[in-house]
Design a binder for this molecule. Structure first.
Ligand code: SF4
Length: 444
């Protein structure tokens, strides 16, 4: 057993007990390095510590016994104990014998240990020493923020070069993502926009490993992440959700009000041959059935999607299939683009490119149809009462967004109000007028 040492007053002090093999020692060194880098001090005794971390060994019975005994000693002498290491992988045993431990994580879990320490022994923010506030530096307004959950992508859509630029999917540790979300909520953020290249693939790269947040196990998987995000009491909006089957699991969370009933799910096309040459999931009938099912579970869901028109090989018939799909799908929001070759994209080698004039003509036809659909769907909101998040206030009133409107890309709600509203307020409004993209409303 080794107690790392160094003691100074006032700054939070962490005692650290490292048991087990050299691999555990390396884990301990990593955690200690993080602690020091963040300005925590490492204490040499239980009495001088504000919290104690025990890195356990669970290899053989005697090592398990020593670990459990050490946890008991730390609890008796100090009281605030975070457990990590191999025995932490058997969290039930530890919690049964020592129910008072603050958090239990497994081996190689530096981020999770740091999150537990941040939660139970936060380091006070020192504006003179700390360059970055707890919620980080953000470019968005104070009341909404983007939450990036992964980087890269495992798909190889033929029109896209993101995987060659950013590599395969790398998911952020779930505890780190949740702590960032909590910090943002604590800093006054009212809406989190969950983003990545492929949000529904979250955790695939690490086989949906169970991580920890505030001592609680959470799988690195979009449904489980969304469930916990939904407990923060703020708006959670999901973007760039690739249409995997397990996306269906998210819809009940929307119906329960944990997530905003909003799905940004790029379908790209509806014709099976074009989807195949894009290397996208190619079954539009299935997609239509799923949309019907989603709306049955969560009637207020807003569906946003993007489409590419004029992809190489898109015949008039394939394009009309796309129009027919849009008529049936009745999507709320659609972004459409003409295909343009990007250097390095596999689709550049495909035969039968579509001339630019024809691409533009098809884009105009698609947008005309979708505008009619969007206008009709918005008209259905007339007279409804909606909750709106205020984005800005000017001399004419306030401008906000409902659950159906993501910032920058969707519509706005213009609110007629004499009350002194401010950005970041949630208000309930009654819809009095609608057009193709936006709504007008009065306060209720
Ligand atoms: S379009 Fe999206 S899903 Fe396809 S390769 Fe690019 S980033 Fe991945």
């Amino acid at each position: 057993m080794t107690f790392a040492s160094s003691l100074q007053p006032k700054i939070p002090r962490v005692g650290f007990i490292s048991l087990g093999c050299p691999k555990a020692t390396v884990d301990s060194e990593r955690i200690l390095t993080h602690l020091r880098a963040e300005g925590y001090l490492i204490s040499s005794s239980y009495a001088d510590s504000d919290l104690v971390v025990v890195n356990t060994c669970g290899f053989i019975d005697s090592a398990i016994a020593e670990s459990l005994e050490t946890i008991g000693e730390a609890l008796a002498e100090n009281g605030k104990v975070v457990v990590t290491g191999c025995l932490g992988a058997k969290g039930d045993i530890i919690r049964q014998i020592h129910p008072k431990v603050l958090a239990v994580t497994g081996p190689q879990a530096t981020e999770e240990v740091m999150e537990a320490i941040h939660h139970h022994l936060p380091k006070p923010h020192d504006p003179y020493l700390d360059l970055v506030p707890p919620q980080g530096i953000r470019l968005t307004p104070k009341h909404y923020a983007y939450l990036k959950i992964s980087e890269g992508c495992n798909h190889r859509c033929t029109f896209c070069i993101i995987p060659s630029m950013r590599g395969n999917l790398v998911s952020r540790p779930v505890g780190e993502v949740l702590q960032e979300a909590q910090n943002l909520a604590d800093a006054g953020v009212k809406e989190l926009l969950v983003i990545s290249q492929d949000t529904s693939a979250y955790g695939v790269d690490i086989k949906y490993r169970t991580g920890f947040w505030q001592g609680r196990p959470v799988r690195t998987r979009i449904t489980e992440l969304a469930q916990v995000l939904g407990e923060l009491g703020i708006w959670i909006r999901l973007h760039y959700v690739y249409p995997y089957p397990h996306v269906d699991e998210l819809i009940p969370l929307m119906a329960e009000g944990r997530l905003l009933p909003y799905l940004d799910i790029p379908f790209q096309h509806a014709n099976a041959r074009i989807l195949k040459s894009m290397k996208r999931p190619a079954n539009s009938e299935n997609v239509l059935a799923r949309i019907k099912h989603w709306r049955a579970i969560c009637p207020e869901i807003t569906l946003r999607s993007t489409f590419i028109v004029g992809f190489p090989g898109e015949t008039e018939q394939a394009f009309e299939e796309l129009l027919a799909f849009l008529e049936q799908a009745q999507l709320d929001r659609v972004g459409a683009f003409t295909y343009s070759p990007v250097e390095g994209a596999a689709a550049n080698a495909l035969p039968d490119p579509i001339p630019p004039e024809l691409q533009q003509e098809r884009l105009a036809r698609l947008m005309q149809l979708q505008e009619e659909i969007s206008r009709e769907r918005l008209a259905g909101k007339l007279g409804q009462t909606l909750r709106v998040l205020v984005d800005a206030v000017d001399e004419n009133g306030a401008i906000g967004r409902s659950s159906a409107d993501a910032p920058e890309i969707d519509g706005l709600v213009y609110i007629d109000s004499d009350l002194p509203l401010k950005a970041g307020d949630w208000v309930d409004v009654r819809i009095t007028r609608t057009d193709t993209h936006d709504l007008w409303a009065t306060l209720v």
